[in-house]
Design a protein around this ligand. Structure first.
Ligand SMILES: Nc1nc2c(c(=O)[nH]1)N[C@H]1C(S)=C(S)[C@@H](COP(=O)(O)OP(=O)(O)OC[C@H]3O[C@@H](n4cnc5c(=O)[nH]c(N)nc54)[C@H](O)[C@@H]3O)O[C@H]1N2
Ligand SMILES: Nc1nc2c(c(=O)[nH]1)N[C@H]1C(S)=C(S)[C@@H](COP(=O)(O)OP(=O)(O)OC[C@H]3O[C@@H](n4cnc5c(=O)[nH]c(N)nc54)[C@H](O)[C@@H]3O)O[C@H]1N2
Ligand SMILES: [Mo]
Length: 765
């Protein structure tokens, strides 16, 4: 099947700005923006798909990692899940003639929206060195080319193997095994840019880098604090959990520089979950915090908790829990006693009264959950900030009891599972030992490159081959210009993808695209139709079944592609049954069961009706398996986020109509933006102070010591009720402004939420 390109490329000439919305209309209205994609899909296919999302026997929604409740509704998906499915399941395919018509140079001039709208990729293509066009090749030829390239490297460490978090557990396990059997730990992943700060902080202080709650805890919570997260857009089904919690009497506090619509008001439409409407006011308190101010806020709340305890000893802290399970209380108490309230107010932009109110709510609550996402993880001091979340929770024993806990809400639908399966440049020795035992061959021990280090290694010429299992690495990483130059300097880039994106247009000398099945599609192998498995944000693992026939007969699954890459690279002598993996994914799962802790009996457990939940020490038994065997209260130095006068702090965020670098439409409904994305949201008083006006064309310059400014030209200033001194622009367009050197301490995650920028009227012409 093929079709003419469904859209012309877009310009920002028609951009429309209206007031931000506090609520919105039902599903038909909201899917209106997807009309071009819906028209491609057709009514029957749409219905079959939408009724299979997140159902038993259906497939796991690939839009986010929000968990499924035990009592599922008939339609257990949200507006943005529907968009993701519609986007993937289009019957439109990129025709063979496309590659002769469009040079790589030409594709590099197209927007992400245009690239995605060309439809599904269906045949392997190859761009030889020195040529500017891809051309279709056979699968055998494609695998031979990659295998030859990898074998010709001087060292396995000259290749890096990226993973985006949509890959299934089976694909991820096979992929990391291939990469390690090849001889490197160069396994950067999207998590490096996402929740890495969470993993780093939590592993140190509670011994596991994951959430400590289960789904049902939301209903039992008395207080839920939503920090640095926009669930109405990015985890819409979470609104149902928040609403249920609210109906059960919980108080909800949101901490955000922006008044995000969904946190203000939410109406469960019963038919489709997570569409906003006139409904429940969700937040009982909204703290409009300055970018990067959360750590100061958390310290200030903890300090108030400790002061309340000092005023009425024995009534505020959970002494039994602290004594039995925690270390570090006296150091924390001493440290916070010296906390300077003026510094706190400056860092947060809040008033003491607002912080008092939050502290009172926290002290009143017997079960508190704190949830967070990118607004917390993508800051320079993110790791320390997350440790402050744990400090606050530990003071009142809010870990490992019903209705309480730390709830990092993951992004990609299987990013957490991929980590569990070994996608990490620094998997612990115990995992590597288990791999060695299982496969009877040595595994590399040296720590590999993460996402940012991968760019650095390419810049130095140390990495010559870049393979991506999904994702859009150059679109997603910071410092676009530097990243693209580095990628273009490599010898070969290989992309395993469903649809075209920027990373197919920014290539090494040679480039290969290997098209793959999506999660909605039936995956038929020698032993029959295959299932795959995924892990959600609360560590629940379950099966996903493809439901519709593949968009093209020639497509291979991710598992098949990885297995064949391994055979083409390692030969048949690797001692690993790659052909068996491809023929029957149960074979992979047998290995997973013996290698990955908590996955014993994996084949049986994922076939249970709702799968199974991985063991979790803090949640299940208040067991903390970090270096000291106790939950750690930590002392973290507060450092202000510096923003020189006349500058603003800029965050990059998602619109309502995108999934990361995939752009579904040019609208951002709740924020009142239509038909364009090149905008910068600024507080009206800041605009005035800078001598700019609402709607004015501006250039944006990001400043980093000792380096020339990074530039984004021809944007539009939009007056918006963000926190003072803070601005916002969309990811990935604004990635060009994030300096490669600007990363979080301890996790190396790009600081995508606090970029020092200067706004100037657009230069003429
Ligand atoms: N529809 C849809 N769903 C998605 C995605 C998508 O692109 N589209 N992406 C998926 C992925 S990979 C991820 S990681 C998640 C991302 O989910 P989110 O983290 O919700 O995504 P962002 O758009 O980056 O939003 C960051 C939020 O944090 C706030 N914020 C920014 N800086 C700060 C700060 O310093 N302090 C506080 N308190 N708040 C701050 C912003 O105003 C914004 O509301 O969503 C996942 N789900
Ligand atoms: N400035 C800034 N940068 C950011 C962020 C930010 O907030 N601000 N957020 C960061 C975060 S949280 C993340 S997670 C990363 C995301 O980084 P990535 O995960 O690399 O990016 P995506 O845009 O999710 O990748 C989309 C592509 O994946 C491919 N794809 C989709 N489905 C499948 C599939 O089933 N199989 C395969 N093989 N391919 C598939 C398609 O070709 C699609 O174009 O970006 C990070 N970058
Ligand atoms: Mo993410």
């Amino acid at each position: 099947m093929s079709a003419r390109p469904p859209v012309d490329d877009v310009s920002d000439a028609d951009i429309e700005v209206t007031d931000p919305k506090h609520y919105a209309v039902g599903l038909p209205g909201v899917l209106h923006s997807m009309e071009p994609a819906l028209r491609q899909l057709g009514g029957r296919r749409t219905l079959e798909l939408l009724t299979s999302i997140n159902q038993r026997g259906g497939f796991d929604c690939m839009s986010c990692a929000w968990p499924d409740p035990d009592h599922r509704k008939k339609l257990e998906f949200c507006e943005n899940g529907a968009k993701a499915v519609i986007w993937e399941a289009t019957p439109v395919t990129v025709p063979s003639s496309f590659w002769a018509e469009h040079s790589v140079h030409d594709l590099a001039g197209k927007s992400e929206y245009w690239l995605g709208m060309q439809g599904r990729l269906t045949e392997p293509v190859y761009k030889p060195a020195g040529e500017d066009h891809y051309r279709p090749v056979s699968w055998d030829e494609a695998f031979r080319l990659v295998g030859e390239n990898l074998r010709a490297l001087e060292s396995p460490d000259q290749a890096a193997f990226y993973t985006s978090g949509r890959a299934s557990n089976e694909a991820a396990f096979a992929y990391q095994l291939f990469v390690r059997a090849f001889g490197t730990n160069n396994l950067p992943d999207c998590s490096n840019m996402c929740h890495e700060s969470t993993g780093t902080a939590l592993s140190e202080v509670i011994g596991i880098g994951k959430s400590t709650i289960s789904y049902d805890d939301f209903e039992k919570a008395e207080l839920i604090i939503v920090m640095g997260q926009n669930p109405g857009t990015n985890h819409p089904r979470m609104l149902t959990a928040l609403e249920d919690a609210k109906n059960a009497g919980a108080t909800i506090v949101s901490v955000n520089p922006l008044p995000e619509a969904a946190l203000e008001r939410y109406k469960n439409p019963q038919t489709v979950r997570g569409v906003l409407g006139h409904g429940t006011a969700i937040s009982d308190q909204f703290l409009q915090i300055r970018l990067g101010g959360d750590m100061a806020l958390l310290q200030a709340v903890s300090k108030r908790v400790l002061e309340a305890e000092a005023a009425a000893p024995g009534t505020v802290l959970d002494h039994a829990f602290l004594a039995e399970h925690c270390l570090g209380l006296s150091e924390l108490t001493a440290h916070l006693a010296a906390l300077d309230e003026t510094e706190v107010l400056e860092a947060t932009g809040l008033t003491s009264t607002e912080i008092d109110e939050l502290a009172e709510r926290y002290i009143r609550s017997n079960a508190t959950i704190i949830t967070w996402a990118m607004g917390v993880t993508q800051h320079r001091r993110a790791v320390a900030g997350i440790k402050e979340i744990i400090n606050l929770l530990l003071l009142r024993g809010n870990i490992g009891k019903p209705g309480a806990g730390a709830s990092p809400v993951r992004g990609h639908s299987n990013v957490q599972g991929d980590r569990t399966m070994g996608i990490w440049e620094q998997m612990p020795p115990a995992f590597l030992d288990a791999l060695e035992r299982e496969f009877g061959r040595p595994m590399p021990r040296e720590i590999g490159v993460d996402a940012v280090h991968g760019i650095r290694a390419m810049q130095r010429g140390e990495i010559k081959t870049w393979v991506s299992l999904g994702g859009n690495f150059v679109g997603a990483i910071s410092d676009t210009a530097a990243a693209e130059a580095a990628m273009r300097g490599t010898g070969m880039t290989v992309q395993i993808s469903t649809k075209l994106n920027r990373s197919h247009a920014v290539t090494g000398a040679e480039a290969i695209i290997l098209p793959t099945l999506g999660r909605t599609e039936i995956d038929l192998q020698a032993s029959g139709a295959q299932i795959v498995s995924v892990e959600d944000s609360v560590c629940a693992v379950h099966a996903s079944h493809g439901r519709i026939p593949p968009v093209a007969p020639n497509l291979l699954s991710e598992v098949a592609i990885v297995s064949r890459l391994a055979r083409a690279t390692l030969g048949e002598a690797s001692g690993i049954d790659w052909a068996g993996f491809e023929a029957d994914y149960d074979v992979i799962r047998e290995h997973i069961g013996r290698v990955v802790p908590g996955c014993e009996g994996y084949n049986e457990k994922i076939r249970r009706q709702d799968g199974f939940v991985l063991p979790n020490g803090p949640r299940d038994s208040r067991t903390f398996t970090n270096a000291v065997g106790k939950a750690l209260l930590t002392v973290n130095r507060l450092e202000p986020v510096i923003c020189p006068p006349g500058r603003l702090l800029l965050q990059t965020l998602r619109s309502h109509d995108q999934f990361n670098t995939t752009i579904y439409s040019l609208n951002d409904r709740y924020r009142g933006i239509k038909k364009g994305r090149n905008v910068v949201f600024v507080h009206p008083a800041d605009l005035e102070a800078l001598g700019l006006t609402d709607g004015q064309a501006i250039d944006v310059f990001s400043e980093w010591p000792g380096q020339p400014d990074r530039e984004l030209r021809g944007f539009r200033a939009v007056a918006y009720p963000t926190a003072r001194g803070c601005a916002a622009a969309y990811f990935p367009e604004a990635n060009v402004l994030v300096p490669l050197d600007s990363t979080a301490e301890g996790s190396n995650t790009p600081v995508s939420k606090a970029i020092v920028v200067r706004l100037e009227p657009a230069a003429a012409g």
